[in-house]
Design a protein around this ligand. Sequence first.
Ligand SMILES: C[S@@+](CC[C@H](N)C(=O)[O-])C[C@H]1O[C@@H](n2cnc3c(N)ncnc32)[C@H](O)[C@@H]1O
Length: 211
Amino acid sequence: MSFDRLAPHYRWIEALFAGERLQRCRTALLDAISPPRNVLIYGEGNGRFLVELLRRFPHTQTTVVDSSGTMIDLARMRLKREGLADAKVQFIQADALVWQPQTSSFDLIVTCFFLDCFREDQLQQLIPVIAGGATSDAQWLVADFQIASSGLRRWRSRMIVGLLYVFFRFATRLPGWRLIDPAPCLRAAGFTCEQQTEHDHGMLYSSWWAR
Ligand SMILES: C[S@@+](CC[C@H](N)C(=O)[O-])C[C@H]1O[C@@H](n2cnc3c(N)ncnc32)[C@H](O)[C@@H]1O
């Protein structure tokens, strides 16, 4: 699985098919959380969330783990363009299924459109590992797709999410092939959902979890 080939096209594809909707979903709860000191972002991609995080919390220390070197290069370039080259950000190119965070170190975990990359068995392995890096008072921001609850919205989201999986599996060899709700694993790791908002007719959600 690699996002390297897709990375240079990710931004225009997002702009064409989703406009600003994904970005609104990524950043929807940034104003709700307590200011973090040490942030761990998984699968940040090309850096759009990271820029907004650093604008709001310029003194935060941030670690970004992404398996795509090209995505990391794009995120670094974005920081430079936005005048944030001096921000305290460490980029780590690694497979999240292998890399282990330092125990009880991060007070904010962020996963935007990342947990949907994995199969259920992988998520059951991954979420406890990520949670092991979280402090006892940590927060966790999740932004992702979901299947809307009912009616036409449900059919619409099923169709779009299904097409997205076909596309991403072809373009990146993504292991996941259907949406898995991460909520049970987050609860099992000691997190409680503080707030959740829906976007785009219920097909996107942002949730803020805390210990
Ligand atoms: C669908 S993109 C989401 C990017 C961005 N967070 C967003 O909101 O659009 C998934 C990101 O996770 C990274 N990724 C996927 N699987 C990964 C893994 N096993 N370990 C680390 N990063 C991974 C990809 O390289 C990519 O940057």
